[in-house]
Design a protein around this ligand. Structure first.
Ligand code: G6P
Ligand code: MG
Length: 211
């Protein structure tokens, strides 16, 4: 592996299993709106921001919605999601997550976080790992979500490292696409058949090794 200077992590589904909570919250909303929702469909929502995810779900609804109704549904989903994450503690860190962050730090890499979740700061605090990052992108400042490269480019810029000297770590198809569009090396976390665009795929961060 070349001499990278920074690593930029995704949060949901990589460092902690909040991807499960997003799934449960969207599933309840979809079913209340009479839309079929399953794990396969959810795969397309990973890494997609809140309103973008809602649009994808409502696309298969027989009803039509005003902007105000959409905003109310997105807010309700977020309230449910916040209930689900309210009890998170450092015990909710996925296996290998802290070791991976510490290994990157020990190797002298700058460490960034690029999540489009507006709950990312809360989740990092609950996990007790906010201090392990040199820079966390504020999702509220990002105009275009993943798969657009904006969020990874912003992280690299703020870390002061050219994109070509960064690698990204992602569990979502849209997230891997975002990393590649930013001109970075992509480590996928999950299923290699799903994350086909990644340069390398590991099953979880317990398998993360800098060599
Ligand atoms: C992450 C998750 C998505 C979620 C998005 C927005 O990218 O992978 O499933 O929709 O964040 O999260 P938020 O907490 O802002 O609704
Ligand atoms: Mg993710």
């Amino acid at each position: 592996m070349k001499d990278f200077k920074a690593v930029i992590f995704d949060l949901d589904g990589v460092i902690t299993d909040t991807a499960r909570y997003h799934y449960l919250a969207w599933k309840r909303l979809a079913e209340a709106e009479g839309v079929h929702f399953d794990e396969a469909f959810n795969e397309h929502l990973k890494g997609i921001d809140r309103m973008g995810s809602l649009e994808l779900i409502l696309a298969s609804s027989p009803r039509s919605y005003t902007d105000a109704q959409k905003l109310a549904l997105a807010t309700a989903k977020n309230e449910h999601y916040k209930e689900l994450i309210a009890t998170m503690t450092p015990a909710d860190l996925l296996p290998g997550a802290v070791d991976a962050l510490d290994a990157c730090r020990a190797a002298g890499l700058k460490i960034g976080l690029a999540s489009v979740s507006r709950n990312a700061f809360t989740v990092l605090d609950s996990l007790g790992i906010t201090g392990k990052f040199d820079y966390v992108v504020d999702a509220g400042t990002i105009a275009r979500g993943k798969p657009d490269p904006e969020i990874f480019l912003k992280a690299a810029h703020e870390l002061g490292v050219p994109p070509a000297d960064c690698f990204g770590v992602e569990d979502a198809v849209a997230g891997v696409a975002s990393i590649k569009a930013a001109g970075m090396y992509a480590i996928g976390v999950g299923d290699p058949r799903v994350l086909a665009q990644a340069d390398v795929v590991i099953p979880d961060l317990a398998a993360f090794a800098l060599d």
